[in-house]
Design a binder for this molecule. Structure first.
Ligand SMILES: [Zn+2]
Length: 377
């Protein structure tokens, strides 16, 4: 059975001829958890603020980054407030929306990423047919649907120019269940036209049980063959992870650190081979995890051979690239080059590409890592 073979453990040769994942020459990464609106270049924010006459807290890159980026842990609420400082410059502007998608692909190609799934809320970038209007914008004429079309154009042009593959995930927001029915409809309309999945982001303390909007959107996603991931167990308790898996039928968990607080749930998800999209540097800065990296849940995931990946989440705000997360994992969590290869193979296996493209991606990794391939591949 094809699907089964694709998930067999790879065989590592005893000596690796090529090691791509050293600190200086990273290449061949797969990134599954990164937000488009958390990955914008400061220069681009300033360009559009200037063009549109929108006043931000600063007028220089350094000044803006002082307000937007940070490097010492803050509360999750303080982290979320960072978006207020710059999203008004981008949201509601057609050129800006397309350009941030294009520049995102460029940024990831430079980091050595070969396949990325980038996520965003179409409603957060729109200024028409959104209730309520985000970022205290004036009503305009850019709808969530046109946002998706513009992001798709930017991603496709980026793929063409920078020679990597980029797909997108559309986010529902926990505090806006009224947006979710449209999010799943957009996923259906643009399925495999860069859009590969639905996500649920925002404050985990807002339960899905109380609002049917998210639950019904995820039920429709299941019916329509739309892949599903959910931010859960990042700052929230294991019960949010259980809810994501049992009610929303999540196939991957965004973050999921606090799953380990419930050993039964953790064991259950290990047995199910659930994929966890870990973001180590993000988890430090949002205070999702204890600030001592040597006690980070990623170490337990690694030791237990769980299915997980390493990701940046919001590189603009965290002042990071994927290299930062790898460095943290190497320095404080004992990750070896072989572990990094395994992380990327996990990510490729759990990505939301159609099966044929997933196999091509895996083959690309195996070649890059110079692994002994079994004939099935
Ligand atoms: Zn996230």
């Amino acid at each position: 059975m094809e699907g089964k073979l694709a998930f067999e453990k790879p065989k590592f040769p005893s000596t690796l001829k090529k090691v791509f994942l050293c600190e200086t020459c990273m290449s061949g990464e797969v990134e599954l958890h990164v937000h488009l609106d958390g990955s914008i270049k400061a220069e681009t924010i300033l360009y559009f603020a200037n063009k549109r006459g929108i006043k931000l807290l600063a007028e220089t890159v350094e000044g803006l980054l002082q307000h937007v980026a940070y490097s010492k842990p803050m509360s999750f609420a303080e982290f979320l407030a960072k978006f207020d400082h710059y999203m008004p410059a981008i949201a509601g502007d057609r050129e800006a929306v397309k350009r941030i998608a294009y520049e995102f692909v460029e940024m990831k190609a430079k980091e050595g990423v070969i396949y990325v799934e980038v996520r965003y809320s179409p409603h957060f970038l729109a200024n028409s047919k959104v209730d309520p209007l985000p970022w205290e914008q004036e009503e305009g004429d850019l709808t969530p649907e046109e946002v998706v079309d513009l992001v798709n154009q930017g991603l496709r042009e980026g793929e063409r120019d920078f020679n990597i593959k980029a797909r997108s995930i559309l986010c529902c927001m926990r505090h806006r269940p009224n947006w979710s029915p449209e999010v799943v409809e957009l996923c259906k309309k643009y399925q495999n036209d860069t859009v590969v999945a639905i996500d649920l982001a925002g404050n985990e303390m807002v339960s899905c049980k109380e609002s049917s909007g998210h639950r019904e959107a995820y039920e429709e996603a299941v019916r329509s063959g739309i892949h599903r991931t959910v931010h859960a167990g990042e700052i929230g308790p294991p019960s949010v992870v259980r809810e994501a898996v049992e009610i929303l039928k999540a196939e991957r968990i965004g973050h999921g650190y606090h799953t380990t607080d419930d050993p039964d749930l953790y064991k259950e998800l290990l047995e199910k081979n659930m994929h966890f999209e870990l973001c180590p540097w993000s988890s430090y800065l949002t205070s999702a995890c204890c600030s001592d990296f040597t006690k980070h849940p990623a170490i337990q995931f690694k030791n237990d051979k769980a299915n997980y990946s390493l990701n940046t989440d919001d590189p603009l705000i965290f002042g990071s690239t994927l290299n930062k997360d790898y460095k943290v994992a190497k320095k404080y969590m004992g990750f070896t080059d072989e572990d990094f290869m395994q992380v990327n193979i996990n990510a490729a296996r759990s990505c939301f590409l159609p099966e044929k493209e997933k196999r091509e991606l895996l083959n690309q990794l195996y070649e890059a890592y110079d692994m002994i391939l079994s004939t099935e591949f």
